[in-house]
Design a protein around this ligand. Structure first.
Ligand code: ADP
Ligand code: MG
Length: 345
């Protein structure tokens, strides 16, 4: 089983180089620690080549292995800092004018919220990507005010002006309180809702070019099949709704991969909200979360298959949301002339 690592290594390097060229869609995998210590892991990976194998716990032969390829794999002992370090360049590209969208995907209990928010809100220990990303952006920027205005208008959503890391922490707490968190059979901290953090960035680069971009940090609801959660009534309806929006996300990515003339963004709220960040202009990162235990084999394979679909998407090079300085000056001149003409009339 170990020999395959060496064979794959060259392929993996090539794959990663191609991904860099492609530039705008990446797939990372994070394997959470086993819930029961000492249990045998069904996931085997070496670490630096991005490949992993999943072993079918019910089969013994060679056919029991399924292999998957990622741009980066984080093992069960990975820290929040290690994960963030690999994501930081992507976060920083928002400041250069790219739209960026980061998804946390996986079945309930696989560690999605742990990666995005951290173990518990309000504590500064082990904070997740949401906090570290915003903190990083704050440290990068000199003028410390943003006001967002772009994107789909959501009737119940407010835009908050944030001026400090403390403001963000308070917003995280508010958001988590608002988030629908009810228990299902599969996990008592199951999130049956998607949580989306959007940061709008506006500013000018050192040459005076206007920059306007957005960063979406998305903690998706659990991807497990409805029957496994053993839910009924209202809960069942919600679970079906969640599954529907996740499959819409898959459909959008597939349509993008096929370069279809129609991309079905409007089939779900989720894809509608993220429309600007899922097209050819944006950089997308999918963080697959999996559980290493045999009980979760089926869900782990289904997460891997979704990721495979995602990584086959080729969106073309990401584009900057930048207006060049001279264009801006010309626009200003045109506006001035128009005013003068209006005065004469
Ligand atoms: P999800 O959001 O995918 O449903 P959670 O992030 O809520 O899953 O994780 C379920 C539980 O497992 C939480 O108690 C969380 O703190 C813990 N957990 C998940 N991933 C890790 C990790 N990488 N290290 C330590 N604990 C983790
Ligand atoms: Mg969660």
């Amino acid at each position: 089983a170990l020999g395959y690592h060496r064979v794959l290594k060259d392929n993996a390097n090539l794959y990663n180089a191609l991904q860099d060229l492609k530039g705008n869609i990446r797939v990372f995998c994070r394997i959470r620690p086993a819930m029961e210590s000492g249990s045998r892991s069904i996931i085997d990976f070496k670490g630096d080549d991005g490949s992993l194998i999943i072993i079918d716990p019910l089969k013994e032969s060679k056919e029991a292995y399924k292999m998957f390829q990622f741009n980066r794999i984080f093992g069960p002992n990975s820290t929040q800092e290690e994960v963030f370090n690999d994501i930081q360049p992507l976060i920083r590209s928002v400041m250069h004018g790219y739209n960026v969208c980061i998804f946390s995907y996986g079945q309930t209990g696989s560690g999605k919220t742990h990666t995005m928010s951290g173990p518990s809100c309000g504590l500064l220990k082990d904070m997740g990507i949401n906090y570290m990303a915003l903190n990083d952006l704050f440290q990068l920027t000199q003028s410390r005010t943003y006001m967002g205005s772009d994107g789909l208008k959501l009737p119940d959503a407010n835009i908050h002006l944030v001026c400090s890391t403390m403001d963000i922490l308070n917003l995280i707490k508010l958001g988590e309180r608002n988030r629908l968190d009810c228990s299902t059979a599969s996990n008592n901290r199951s999130s049956r809702s998607h949580s989306i953090w959007t940061v709008h960035v506006q500013g000018r680069d050192t040459s005076g070019n206007a920059i306007r971009s957005s960063l979406h940090l998305v903690d998706l609801a659990g991807s497990q099949r409805v029957d496994e959660a053993e839910v009924t009534g209202e809960r069942l309806k919600e679970a079906q709704h969640v599954n529907e929006s996740l499959s819409c996300l898959g459909d959008v990515l597939t349509a993008l991969a096929r370069k279809s003339s129609h991309i079905p963004y409007t089939n779900s709220k989720l894809t509608q909200i993220l429309q600007n960040s899922l097209g050819g202009r944006a950089k997308t990162l999918m963080l697959a979360h999996v559980n290493p235990e045999a009980d979760h084999y089926r869900e782990t394979i289904s997460t891997m298959e979704f990721m495979q679909k995602v990584s086959s998407v080729e969106l073309g090079a990401a584009r900057l949301n930048k207006e060049r300085c001279d264009v801006l000056k010309l626009k200003e001149q045109v506006a001035k002339l128009k005013k003068e003409i209006a005065k004469r009339d």
